[in-house]
Design a protein around this ligand. Sequence first.
Ligand SMILES: CC(C)(COP(=O)(O)OP(=O)(O)OC[C@H]1O[C@@H](n2cnc3c(N)ncnc32)[C@H](O)[C@@H]1OP(=O)(O)O)[C@@H](O)C(=O)NCCC(=O)NCCS
Length: 335
Amino acid sequence: MTHPSHRIVELGPDDDLFPDWCEVWAAAARDARPDDPPRPAREHVALGRELVAPGGSRNGTHRAALVDGAVAGALRLIFPLRDNPSLAIVDLAVHPAARRRGLGGALLAEARTLAAGHGRTLLVGEVDEPAPGAPGRAFAERHGWTRDLVETRRELALPVDADRLAALEAGAAADDGYELVTWRDRTPDALLADRALLERRMTTDAPHGDLPVGEEEWDGDRIREYEATCLARGRTVLSAGAVTGGRLVGFTDLQVPLAQPVLAHQGGTLVLREHRGHRLGARMKAAALRELATGFPEVRRVSTYNAEDNTPMVAVNEQLGFRTAGVLSSWSARL
Ligand SMILES: CC(C)(COP(=O)(O)OP(=O)(O)OC[C@H]1O[C@@H](n2cnc3c(N)ncnc32)[C@H](O)[C@@H]1OP(=O)(O)O)[C@@H](O)C(=O)NCCC(=O)NCCS
């Protein structure tokens, strides 16, 4: 059934309707994962401001689907500017009370038009699938998208069992030349260039399934931009890294939403190829979890996503006690 009276309008992060636009995301999130706090509006506002400000590594635009003047659907399109010039990232949600009336399809058609207008030929989007039968999956299939990457979501209940943490660290020789370091929110200047290389490697070395997305260009400025966005979103980032010969050769990030610090999110984790085999991934994760326990004892759970063929990372997570909680799938479509 097509909704009789919707219209699609452009809006920005500081417009009067934006809180209602954010509420669509919150309602969709509560519907999909009732036990998780939905993202606060502040996160969407901060990302939105980044996307409409000049000079960043990406820009973007927002649309709302209005039904009788009320926001019932939300679209955000992100265009990378420094790499992946053909790509548009599509974030799309319809309020659970307004579904199966064609609003999702109408917003997706708008996304295709906007992306084409920006010279983009490839769309990608993510679908959270807490359990089989997620609406986003049926929707994406209906529109002929391909499911290129499936990542298992895992959750760890905190506090972590002390024996498990100790066992994780035990496999490493204490004098193998790697020093574990931690920092919060701001990568030390001396490690910034190395950190940028690690982010670049995240886009080539971490498993991406069949997702047709290319290597990202990262430098120190982009790391600082990422750090500023995290802070503006109300997230603090606890990082651990491995250093040898003064060079940062691995990192892991844990993001804590400060307004609702019940659920923390695992960010990226990577060890440069030539430094693998020293249990650095496990040791960095253990170090970050110790920082989390010290600084934020109120965090009850950590969530993480891994491609199932990422055997070493999955093994570390299983050893820590992470348990599966649905999947996150990534989809693409050519224009
Ligand atoms: C996916 C989503 C945007 C769809 O919004 P919507 O307004 O219900 O979409 P439409 O009414 O345009 O649906 C178009 C078609 O998709 C398919 N579809 C959508 N939801 C479905 C469901 N729950 N079960 C089966 N098929 C479904 C159907 O073929 C539907 O056509 P029909 O209603 O004529 O059978 C909405 O369910 C949502 O916000 N989900 C959570 C966020 C998400 O997963 N976003 C997708 C990111 S790309």
